[in-house]
Design a protein around this ligand. Sequence first.
Ligand SMILES: Cc1cc2nc3c(=O)[nH]c(=O)nc-3n(C[C@H](O)[C@H](O)[C@H](O)COP(=O)(O)OP(=O)(O)OC[C@H]3O[C@@H](n4cnc5c(N)ncnc54)[C@H](O)[C@@H]3O)c2cc1C
Length: 391
Amino acid sequence: MRTQVGIVGAGPAGLLLARLLERAGVDAVVLESRGREEIEATIRAGVLEQGTVDMLNECGVGTRMMREGALHRGIELRFGGQGHRIDLAGLTGGRAIMVYAQHEVIKDLVAARLESGGKIHFGVEGVSLQDVDTRTPSIHFRKDGAGERLECDFVAGCDGFHGVSRPTVPSRLRREFARSYPFGWLGILVEAPPSSDELIYAWHERGFALVSTRSPQIQRLYLQCDPQDALDEWPDERIWTELRARLATTDGWKLKEGRIFQKGIVAMRSFVVEPMQHGRLFLAGDAAHIVPPTGAKGLNLAAADVRVLASALAAFYRSGDEARLAAYSATALRRVWRAEHFSWWMTSMLHRFHDDDAFSLRLQRAQLEYVVGSKAAATSLAENYVGLPWD
Ligand SMILES: Cc1cc2nc3c(=O)[nH]c(=O)nc-3n(C[C@H](O)[C@H](O)[C@H](O)COP(=O)(O)OP(=O)(O)OC[C@H]3O[C@@H](n4cnc5c(N)ncnc54)[C@H](O)[C@@H]3O)c2cc1C
């Protein structure tokens, strides 16, 4: 098999890159270790920045998102029993976010690719990258038990944090920056109407809670927990008790409850690898960086990476210009580190770090009061949350 760009991973990064390349007339093949049904059912992110929404529309896969997604022009910060609205649109010249689940984006991208005759090989095994530091890299894998080899000009490592692409870069040539947090998120999906028109980020002495949504019938709620907790330590009644306590207000606001039909615990970490390229291998999305989900940046950063990469690859095939490819890592990392800082900052402001640290709790309250009381501070949060301009 031969293609121009071999893409490892059919997550948001890999599928969006394939779409952008297709629109630029560049041939690509996507290799994915899981099945189509599985990738289309994995529950993950849900908040799309304005720029990600624009990109999905520009590349012709935004129709269902515009119909079924929910445009949010503000978020609420809740603490001390009171809600404080951050007017995202008002503070950013009209920019907003779209609440539309990641697996719906995946469904739209897979459907569009298959419809246009693009290739995705699902269920591949034993993927390994060869000769990425030469001009003739290749990807070896097994499909239905048979060994295959995909020759390409470039390899895009879009295979997430646990993929094979990042470890292909020799360890002496990569530098990793990491921070883990002493808490995780317990996420649930609930059959209930929305409790609020906008997302609620709640700070509480018992720990953080987040009220998000998926549709008028399905709600997504999170609460801070110990990342080592087992799910059976969180029976439904314990979850509701914690959510009620952490979200309580002095004005009698009521959380809408219902049947919990999905639960999961995720650990929180920050991670960046530098550089994001080695020879003809380019890393994008979670393969190169991870953020804690508090800033809702992971999927959006994956989109930002592949936007830079796709236009550099298109420039190469148009004119043979390699300068933008050579600058890929440096260009992408500027946005990555801004998002790393914002995600760390939101996480630090909203979560309980230690049981006995009253000093930190007072600092967090002081910071929250400043953010909701100062237009300058609220604008800083808003412009980062909706996503800074691309360039
Ligand atoms: C609970 C939770 C909530 C989140 N909330 C948000 C949010 O609100 N907003 C936001 O922007 N982000 C959020 N994120 C982060 C977001 O989901 C990720 O950043 C995003 O999925 C990254 O996309 P990706 O394509 O880089 O990687 P992935 O989505 O991980 O995709 C990688 C793909 O590669 C495949 N793969 C792995 N190894 C191989 C291999 N060896 N060969 C072939 N294929 C392979 C995997 O099966 C997978 O399909 C959240 C994450 C979690 C866990």
